[in-house]
Design a protein around this ligand. Structure first.
Ligand SMILES: *Cc1c(COP(=O)(O)O)cnc(C)c1O
Length: 408
């Protein structure tokens, strides 16, 4: 089984597979959970404990010398199932889950980079990742070099002998543009630099960056992987050596951002339906992108599978549920349209069962009254509206969007 991760005592269901690799959905439901180890419970139990006791000092010594399953900041049986299952689905050797996607980014960067190291990033990223690279990391002496990775050859000038990592999202939040994972990884590896990809917008059901050459994958589990808008979480997936380091330094004492086992349980439950949900998110988003593209009030639409865009089709199986668009009536038109919506919820976040819509420039203007240095992310215009297409009937979503656009 690709990337199966057998650090723990949990089976990988290879006994069910008769030696054949099980499909993605089967693994999303069963991988790394052995009911026999848990009173034959069909669903994984939630272990609410802060620490683990030992029958003797010698047993405690043995545990401490084998990765230290002593304390729940670093080890929890419920959480371990989620980590092994996510690693398996991404084709990674190992995984680590933490409280949020931002905690995953902090854990990654603060574990792998030190003072005077350099980080190369794509010039458009999730807004709080931008805040971290612009305001957070320079305080620790880490230099951040933003480049346009839609042209992978830009890496040649950006990478120096101090560069430790190349980091980007694809699809890119909030533009829904696509970066070529294989082309970027090939260039970076040619210069001996590792590549980490934030694959939150796609989820492993649609895109597995490691198969295209990436070294590490980051997810905000808050989004599609949990999928129900009822908990936060983050994940890092990659080779066993790096993940060991991320757990033993990043999680243990740098961030301490341990996911609660209850959240791990919720995310395991969401994960069981991931590919079913992604199919519907993708089909509905494509239909909505086509409707918007043909609408006279709409100036532009960005959705990965709208055209026969070759890079998206090369690395994703479907386009996911995220799209961006702008109206001819720009900033004011976006505000009017959002106010008129009755079914689609005005909210940040994404990847939920419920459709969510967000106008970054409006939030920004409001925020500037309390934060003078707040600015729009590179590539994000005042007109940009981001839509996370949910699992409602697509005919209802299209009707709501149409009536909201009618006056524009
Ligand atoms: C939401 C998001 C994050 C941050 O995740 P949280 O769980 O909200 O901390 C990181 N990257 C992308 C692409 C996101 O959409």
């Amino acid at each position: 089984m690709t990337g199966s991760n057998q650090q723990g005592n949990l089976q990988d269901h290879s006994d069910l597979s008769h030696g054949v690799c099980l499909g993605f959905d089967t693994r999303a439901i069963h991988h790394a959970f052995d009911p026999a180890a848990f009173s034959r419970a069909v669903q994984p139990p939630v272990f609410l404990t802060s620490t683990y006791g030992f029958e003797s000092v010698a047993a405690n010594d043995a545990a401490a010398s084998h990765g230290g399953r002593l304390y729940a900041r670093e080890y929890n049986p419920t959480t371990e199932i989620l980590e092994q299952r996510l690693a398996n689905l991404e084709g990674a050797e190992a995984g680590l889950v933490v409280t949020t996607g931002m905690a995953a980014f902090g854990t990654l960067i603060l574990s792998l980079l030190s003072q005077d190291d350099e980080l190369v990033v794509h010039n458009t990223l999730y807004s709080n990742t931008v805040a971290m690279v612009e305001q957070g990391l320079p305080r620790f002496g880490i230099k951040v070099v933003p480049v346009d990775l839609s042209e992978p050859s830009n890496l040649d000038a950006a990478i120096t002998d101090k560069t430790k990592l190349v980091y980007f999202e694809t699809p890119v939040n909030p533009l829904s543009t696509i970066l070529d994972i294989a082309a970027i990884a090939e260039r970076a590896h040619g210069l001996n630099v590792k590549v980490a990809v934030d694959s939150t917008f796609a989820s492993p059901a649609l895109q597995r960056p490691i198969e295209h050459g990436a070294d590490i994958v980051l997810h905000s589990l808050t989004k599609y992987i949990n999928g129900h808008g009822d908990t936060l979480g983050g994940a890092l997936l990659g080779d066993a050596e790096t993940l060991h380091m991320l757990r033993e330094t990043g999680l243990r004492y740098i961030t301490g951002a341990t996911l609660s086992p209850h959240s791990a349980f919720l995310i395991l439950r969401g994960l069981k339906t991931l590919s079913l949900r992604m199919e519907r998110h993708s089909a509905s988003a494509l239909a909505i992108a086509r409707m918007l593209e043909a609408h006279p009030a709409v100036a532009w639409v960005s959705y990965p599978f709208l055209e026969s865009r070759s890079i998206a089709r090369k690395q994703m199986t479907q386009g996911s549920g995220m799209l961006a668009f702008g109206l001819h009536s720009g900033f004011e038109g976006a505000r009017t349209m959002l106010d008129r919506l009755q079914l689609v919820t005005r909210a940040v976040s994404l990847g939920d069962t419920d459709s969510l819509i967000y106008h970054p420039a409006s939030i920004l203007r409001a925020r500037q009254s309390i934060r003078k240095d707040a600015h729009l992310i590179e590539g994000v215009g005042e007109d940009l509206v981001r839509l996370s297409v949910g699992l409602e009937d697509v005919s209802d979503l299209i009707a709501d969007l149409r009536q909201a656009l009618q006056v524009l």
